[in-house]
Design a binder for this molecule. Sequence first.
Ligand SMILES: [Zn+2]
Length: 222
Amino acid sequence: MSVSVVNLTVHGIGPTERPLEPDEDRTWVTVEQFEQVLDAAVGRSDVRITFDDGNASDVRIALPRLVERGLKADFFVLAGLLGQPGRLDLPGLHELMRAGMRIGSHGWAHRDWRRLTDEQAREEIGQANKVLAELTGEPVTEVAIPFGSYDRHVLRRLRRAGVRRVYTSDGGRATADSWLQPRNSLHHDIGPKWAHEVLTGQPSLPLRARRTAARAVKRLRG
Ligand SMILES: [Zn+2]
């Protein structure tokens, strides 16, 4: 029988340190919200914590709290934005690795992968993975898709590039060893019970409604 897991996605935590992209504030959580989620994940071998966007808060806020709780996580960073104001920088990347955290790619410049030119696609997938492998000294073979935006063309590109695991933002539980890994994103209005609901697989009504809405949007976008 396949093992089922729950993947969580964290974006930014605490005060923002850079101008945010449109709607990005919806993915930002407070330190308190973040700690509630971490506390719910302690002792749960079926929970994977992931971080997108390579924010400075990955190291400044998340890392000490993960270490304190004995938790490990995957950090999907933006290769082309490393070291920019409010973003993770190279010393930070190495600090994450020294603490046993794993590094994956979130692409180059946070573009929508469904709308790439061929040249941008090479940068977002091939180049980003190569640069991150050079910086970390390890192969980077796992990616998290920006905005969770993908279609069959995106998946075909990722397969061709030899990517070994792809994290989306589709919500729900995942099969531990499958190529495509749905994740559940923390967002600005999660309450204290959110993590418990997601981890037990019993979403509250508002969460279910949001998922249905997200699926409807995806259908409309084809
Ligand atoms: Zn992102």
